[in-house]
Design a protein around this ligand. Structure first.
Ligand code: ARG
Length: 447
C-alpha cells in the first residue's frame, strides 16, 4: 500500500512552490496573530534550509511520508519546533491546489518561451529560404503555388494562438485556493487576501484574487485540464508541421533537407536518412492527447470535494509539460537546421496546371460567370490531357474553340510571378504581402 499510495516520487518537483506557499501561510498566521513574529521567522528560516537542501540534492525523500507536503513538514519540524504550528488552518487539500496553481503560472511562462523559440526558428527559415515557390496542397494534391515563407508562416499563426492559450491558462490559474482548508475553510481568523497577495495571486492592479467557494477550491481541476488541452493543441500543431517536414524531406518531394543531427541512418540500408525528430514529434503528440484524456476521465465522475483519485492528476500534467518543452526545443533545432532545396521546389511548382484557377479568373475578368469559367477551364485541362501537352502549350486556336473569351493572350496567366503579384490582399501569398507579414513577425518576436 505504501508503494501504491505514495506520490513523492513525482510530486517532489513541487517543492519550491510548496515552500513558497508555506512561507506565505506562515506570514499570514503571524499577520493575524495565530503565531508570533518569532515563530514566523523561525519557520521561514527552517523552510529556507530545507529548500536549500532540496535544491542541492541533499534532501532524503521518504516514500513512507507519502507526499512532498509531509516530507517537507516533517523535515522542518525536526529542525524547527515552531513548525508544529505551520499547518494551522490548512489542509493538504488546499495546499496541493495552491502548489499546482503556482506551478501552472510558472509552467505557462516556460512553454511560452519555448514556443517563441520555435517561432523564431520558423521565421529564420522563412527569411532565409522563404522566397522559394512550392505547390500549396489541398487533399495532398498540388493545388496552387505559394512561397515557402507563406506555408511556414501558417505555423507562426498556430503557435501564436498557442501562446495566447497558455497566457489564458496562467490567468485562470491566478486564483489563490489557500484558506479553503479541507473543504470548509477554518474557524480561525485567517486572512486569505493577505496570503494571496504574498504569493502573487493578484490582478493587474495588484488586488488579491482568492477563490470564492471553498468546496470548489479543493475539488476543481479545470486548470489541469486547460493546461493539458493547451499542450495537446501545441502537440497537434507540431505534429502537423512534423508531417509536412517528413513529406518534404522524402525523395518523392525533396523540398527540404533536414539537419543530420536530428536524423539517423538505417542500421540496414546505408542510403537512408530518417527524419527521426519529426517522427518522434508526431509520436509525442499522441502522448499529449492521451494525458488530456486521462485528466478528463479522472475527474468526470468524482463527487465533491477532494477524493484521493486526484493524486493521479499530477503525472499527466508533468508529463505534458516535460514533453511539450522538450518537443518544442527539438522542433526549434530541426527547423533552424533545415535547408530548402530550390531545384526540387522549382520542378514541382513548374506544372502549369497549378494556375488553372488563374485562367478561370481571366475569364471572369472578361465577363464570364465563374461557374461557367470553371467548366471551361475544366475542358481546357481535359484537352491538355488528351493531347498529352502541358496546359500552357496548347495551341490557341484549339483553346478558343472551347470558349471565344479565351483571347490571344490566354496563356499569360501561366506565369508564377504574375500569379503571385496578383495575390496581395491581406493574408494572401503575394510577395509584398508575405514580406509585410514576416516584418510583422520579426517585430512581434524581437525581445
Ligand atoms: N498527495 C495528495 C495529492 O496529491 C495531497 C492531498 C492529500 N489529501 C488528503 N486528504 N489525503 O492529492
Amino acid at each position: 500500500m505504501m508503494a501504491f499510495s505514495e506520490s513523492v516520487s513525482f510530486d517532489s518537483r513541487l517543492a519550491p512552490f510548496d515552500i513558497a506557499g508555506s512561507k506565505a501561510h506562515a506570514a499570514m498566521l503571524a499577520h493575524v496573530g495565530l503565531i508570533t513574529a518569532k515563530e514566523r521567522k523561525a519557520i521561514h528560516k527552517g523552510l529556507d534550509t530545507v529548500g536549500a537542501d532540496i535544491a542541492a540534492g541533499k534532501f532524503k525523500w521518504d516514500a513512507a511520508l507519502e507526499d512532498v507536503h509531509m516530507n517537507i513538514e516533517q523535515a522542518l519540524t525536526k529542525i524547527e519546533p515552531a513548525a508544529a504550528k505551520l499547518h494551522t488552518a490548512r489542509s493538504r487539500n488546499d495546499q496541493v491546489a495552491t502548489d499546482m496553481r503556482l506551478f501552472f503560472k510558472w509552467a505557462c511562462g516556460e512553454v511560452d518561451a519555448r514556443l517563441a523559440e520555435v517561432q523564431r526558428a520558423l521565421l529564420g527559415l522563412a527569411e532565409r529560404d522563404g522566397h522559394v515557390m512550392i505547390p500549396g496542397y489541398t487533399h495532398l494534391q498540388r493545388a496552387q503555388p505559394v512561397q515557402v515563407a507563406h506555408h511556414l508562416a501558417a505555423y507562426l499563426e498556430m503557435f501564436d494562438r498557442d501562446r495566447t492559450r497558455f497566457a489564458d491558462v496562467a490567468d485562470h490559474a491566478n486564483w489563490c485556493p489557500l484558506g479553503a482548508g479541507a473543504l470548509a475553510g477554518s474557524t480561525l481568523p485567517i486572512d486569505r487576501e493577505f496570503t494571496a497577495k504574498e504569493l502573487g495571486f493578484v490582478d493587474a492592479r495588484g488586488r488579491p484574487r482568492v477563490t470564492q467557494n471553498s468546496m470548489d477550491s479543493v475539488a476543481d481541476r479545470d486548470v489541469f485540464v486547460e493546461f493539458a488541452t493547451a499542450c495537446a493543441l501545441v502537440g497537434t500543431h507540431f505534429s502537423r508541421l512534423a508531417e509536412d517536414l517528413i513529406l518534404w524531406s522524402s525523395s518523392e518531394f525533396g523540398y527540404i533537407s533536414l539537419p543530420d543531427t536530428f536524423c539517423t541512418g538505417s542500421s540496414l540500408m546505408p542510403q537512408k536518412k530518417n527524419p527521426d525528430s519529426c517522427e518522434l514529434l508526431r509520436g509525442k503528440a499522441a502522448r499529449l492527447l492521451g494525458n488530456l484524456t486521462t485528466l478528463l476521465t479522472l475527474t468526470k465522475g468524482l463527487p465533491l470535494t477532494y477524493n484521493r483519485d486526484l493524486q493521479e492528476d499530477k503525472p499527466p500534467v508533468f508529463d505534458s509539460f516535460d514533453q511539450t518543452v522538450m518537443s518544442l526545443q527539438v522542433l526549434a533545432g530541426t527547423v533552424a537546421g533545415s535547408v530548402i532545396q530550390p531545384e526540387a521546389c522549382a520542378k514541382a511548382v513548374a506544372d502549369p496546371a497549378l494556375l488553372a484557377t488563374d485562367l478561370a479568373d481571366y475569364l471572369v475578368e472578361r465577363g464570364v460567370p465563374f461557374r461557367e469559367a470553371h467548366h471551361v477551364v475544366g475542358a481546357v485541362v481535359k484537352l491538355a490531357e488528351t493531347e498529352a501537352t502541358p496546359l500552357d502549350k496548347l495551341p490557341t486556336d484549339k483553346v478558343q474553340k472551347i470558349h471565344p473569351k479565351l483571347g490571344e493572350d490566354w496563356a499569360v496567366v501561366f506565369d508564377l510571378k504574375r500569379a503571385a503579384a496578383r495575390r496581395e490582399g491581406t493574408g494572401m501569398p503575394g510577395p509584398r504581402q508575405v514580406k509585410k507579414q514576416l516584418a510583422r513577425w520579426r517585430k512581434r518576436l524581437a525581445s
